[in-house]
Design a protein around this ligand. Structure first.
Ligand SMILES: [Zn+2]
Length: 80
């Protein structure tokens, strides 16, 4: 993840180490997206395709990641 203000890469800190921007809201979004990716993977494992699609879409809406893209593609294919 990168700070939206100055573009510095950051990890697990609620404040940007470079410009001091409050990154807590971003961290919450990131955690929420992570939960949706886990739920999407669980749904795929349980062959609940439309549920997987819902979670994969939500995850990528909150935070787009390569893993999220992969889950979304898989869910789209399986949900037909
Ligand atoms: Zn910053």
């Amino acid at each position: 993840m990168r700070c939206p203000t100055c573009g510095t890469a950051w990890r697990e800190q609620p404040e940007c180490p470079r410009c001091g921007s409050d990154l807590a809201p971003l961290m919450r979004l990131s955690a929420e997206a992570w939960r949706h990716r886990i739920a999407a993977a669980d749904s795929l494992a349980g062959e609940r395709w439309s549920e997987a699609l819902h979670h994969a879409r939500e995850a990528n809406r909150l935070q787009r990641t390569e893993t999220g893209d992969g889950l979304l593609l898989l869910a789209l294919l399986l949900a037909g």
